[in-house]
Design a protein around this ligand. Sequence first.
Ligand code: NGQ
Ligand code: ZN
Length: 488
Amino acid sequence: MSDAENLEGPDDAPEEVVIETACDPAPQPVATEAAPKDVVVWCESALLADGWAKGVRLTLSEGRIARIDTDVAAGSEPRLGAALPGMPNLHSHAFQRAMAGLTEARGEGGDSFWTWRELMYRFVERLDPDALQAIAAMGQVEMLESGFTRVGEFHYLHHDRDGATFDNPAEMGAKIAAAAQETGIGLTLLPVFYAHSSFGGAAPGEGQKRFVTDVDGYARLMEASRAAIAGLPDAVVGIAPHSLRAITADELTAITPLAAGGPIHIHIAEQTREVDDCLAATGQRPVRWLMNHAEVGKQWCLVHATHMNAVETERLAKSGAVAGLCPITEANLGDGVFPAHDYQAAGGAFGIGSDSNVLIDAAEELRVLEYSQRLTRRARNVLAGGPRRSTGGELWRAAVAGGSQALGAGRPGLRRGAPADFVTLDREHPAIVGRNGDALIDSLVFAGRFGAIDSVWRAGRPVVSGGRHRHREAIAERYRRVLKDLLS
Ligand code: NGQ
Ligand code: ZN
């Protein structure tokens, strides 16, 4: 029996996607799944856009929430636990999942972000398009199982192993889209502009040859990327100047219109060396420089923004842009601690991203974010947002709102007309049993481990049930083959 034949979907599932394995000659394009018929589910409780409700019947139609009834008794429809809006993952480099755990032994001399980056560049050299699809699909399965329902893929691995542009400039981006088609995750594809190795337009290094384009090449890449996601009904495309190291002021001005109203993401002020280099090259700190040279507003997501002074923190918060926090990766890479308390006090929007994918877990990103603040401020419930408020509840709501904005996914939360993207918790799970309302989220974020998330619904379909993605087995089997080959 082939892997594809082993896959089981719900009874009324439309045509299944076929997960090709690495020993198959070439993956075929996956079939577009038809929009599901109307589905009705009953949730014991749900965090709706206007607060918690009990006895919630959701009618899902064409990927959206068509109707919400509250205080109703369960009928014959499937019964679910406590529903939360799905979490956007606003920043991922899918391929890095495959090197997770392989950079944790110390090298010669001091290890740092920059020595990690050298190892990452060496790993990049091995990847071909099919390997990228296999790795991305595995990562997306883990994202969905942990409660992420949309991913912003900050995608810069554009070219062939020798640096040559593929016939289709978006060959690699199309593999990310194919993975999203297989897993069902919502996709915001952010093709990256990358032209230089450092400030002042320095020539790119050998390890960056698979990433680089000029402005004209980037315009072609963007056009091809829009074509690559055409089969995904609610996919979004945005632009992503990689970092102030990788783009000049003129190039930034030239590519900004290519966003065409979509999101604009950039890595910024992650490492103190970047702040020092930016000061040396421009006389300004990175966040200040960017805000003086671009109209940073709601369209923008500043990824990391770790190293800001008080003025920058206040200014970014007031701009309406989203800070893209990646707490697990920032801890793993030794970046520093984001000034979350002051940023939140100034009304700043933020979301969370799994970035290097060293560990994929939505709740854990929020846990590490809050714990970084507790450790540095020697206080508890730092990000609760006020007296008698729940830290987990506040973080979940804020990261859903900021993440949805950053990924161009429309108004956040469970409301009529919104995408039917939600997570349900198993109310019998030991970590959350007996809790209600925001205490459920506190227990998920601070005390939950595997299994608290029961089902995950994406665009009106159950992609995870009983904690497992419906295609986990086939996708994991293909991933194992690819990894054994890559690491041999
Ligand atoms: C990246 N990752 O693009 O994958 C970067 C490393 C760089 C993080 N910044 C490369 N965490 O920043 O130059
Ligand atoms: Zn990144």
